[in-house]
Design a protein around this ligand. Sequence first.
Ligand SMILES: *[C@@H]1O[C@H](CO)[C@@H](O)[C@H](O)[C@H]1NC(C)=O
Ligand SMILES: *[C@@H]1O[C@H](CO)[C@@H](O)[C@H](O)[C@H]1NC(C)=O
Ligand SMILES: *[C@@H]1O[C@H](CO)[C@@H](O)[C@H](O)[C@H]1NC(C)=O
Ligand SMILES: *[C@@H]1O[C@H](CO)[C@@H](O)[C@H](O)[C@H]1NC(C)=O
Ligand SMILES: [Zn+2]
Length: 435
Amino acid sequence: MRLELFLLVAVVLGAAGKPLSKAAARNKLLLISFDGFRWDYDQDVDTPNLDQLAVDGVKAKYLTPPMLTMTAPSHFTTITGRWVEDHNVVHNLMYNTTTNIKLPFKQTMGRSEWWDNGVLPLWITAQNQGLRTASFHYPGGGATYRGQAVDRALLEEFDHPDDNETEWRQNIDLVLSWFSEEDFDLVTLYYGEPDNVGHRKGPDHPDRKTIIEQIDRTIGYLRTGMDRHQLTHSLNVIITSDHGMTTVKKRPQVDEIILNDYIKLSSVSSFEILDYGGFGILEPKPGKEQEMVDALRKAPNLTVYRKNEMPESFHLGRSQRLPSVVVVADLGFNLNSRLILYINKGDHGFHSGEMDMKTIFRAFGPDFRKNLLFEPFDSIHIYPLMCKLLQIQPEAHNGSLAVTEDMLQLGGASHRASQSVLLLLLSMLLLLTML
Ligand SMILES: *[C@@H]1O[C@H](CO)[C@@H](O)[C@H](O)[C@H]1NC(C)=O
Ligand SMILES: *[C@@H]1O[C@H](CO)[C@@H](O)[C@H](O)[C@H]1NC(C)=O
Ligand SMILES: *[C@@H]1O[C@H](CO)[C@@H](O)[C@H](O)[C@H]1NC(C)=O
Ligand SMILES: *[C@@H]1O[C@H](CO)[C@@H](O)[C@H](O)[C@H]1NC(C)=O
Ligand SMILES: [Zn+2]
């Protein structure tokens, strides 16, 4: 009897030690971005659903976006795992420094020549490995890459309202049905809030708190929807954003910067994008670079960089698209060109090291650990995590799975199942010996 028992235990342990014959089942992935969700926006608002997510999944203390902290560049870093200098989506506006054309943000969304610069976003990579993917308003999702489109892509209309809660819920219903009825593997879903209200009213305005409550209800709606669609055990969800938001500093608190007070811009620059938050770009007229840089360096509350002298840590300097001169304002200062036309009360585009530029990262689902407060990390590392979750081979990228993989349950769902079977067997054996 003793020997038989010993043999049985040995057999069970041996079986458990063998590699699993079948890999863990692939779960689906939903990536949601709430534009401009500063890392601490949930700390002065009642957010029961976001709080519950932290219990049921992973919450990073905060997430650091890439330089530059702007919507299109940052979203594209998340979906490619590449620094902005490599993917070259260096602005929200598609521009041409020769023709001086600047296309508005939403028009830029559909222009493949702005997005397709040789770096493949996750949708395309996943599709090429047999998965089905979709993009719902996510920046870059409406372009084609080497001629290849995302399987299903919805672009925001020009007059799309950012804050319609009914529409937010409809979008969730639709996306969940793509997973449950059409077997999509990856969907990226984008919302234009709280960025919009942060710009118009400022991050400290009560309306910002109201929109965070709306986001919180939407997350609650998502979770009941996942149950209804029977996706709770097969869908991983990552909720993140592209940058934070800071209050624009105005008179009389500060002297606002007007760059034209330091040099006649039209005499030295052939192209510029200014009056656009904390980040400005200028192309000097031939032979005028030194004069431009010297003069702008006399302006307070900003830093002037020549492209080829930018700090390595910005990962911007190698961009072929970026003009020769870049200006980054100190936190909260707007880079006004000639007049103070500026009506925004909040903005971004400032240095990604500033706490006000930090943003959020939350994740939950079958492959994520629970009740885990994660140390801050850079958004560049989300890409390898998503590839791991989807069980696909990543493209060359600048992230590292080592940074984020501790969020994951060891070995995935089926490994855990076999562990619990083993435990059950062992306790039955124990019972037998006691009889
Ligand atoms: C800018 O426009 C000019 C003139 O149409 C064109 O030759 C050039 O290729 C464009 N540059 C870029 C980077 O698209
Ligand atoms: C909000 O969206 C719903 C559903 O799309 C629509 O019926 C409604 O008219 C919208 N409300 C506003 C104020 O735009
Ligand atoms: C802006 O620059 C002025 C002049 O150098 C300086 O006195 C002031 O402290 C700066 N303001 C901030 C908020 O850094
Ligand atoms: C980012 O990744 C690309 C592709 O592997 C590589 O060419 C580039 O040098 C990397 N950038 C940095 C700063 O390591
Ligand atoms: Zn944004």
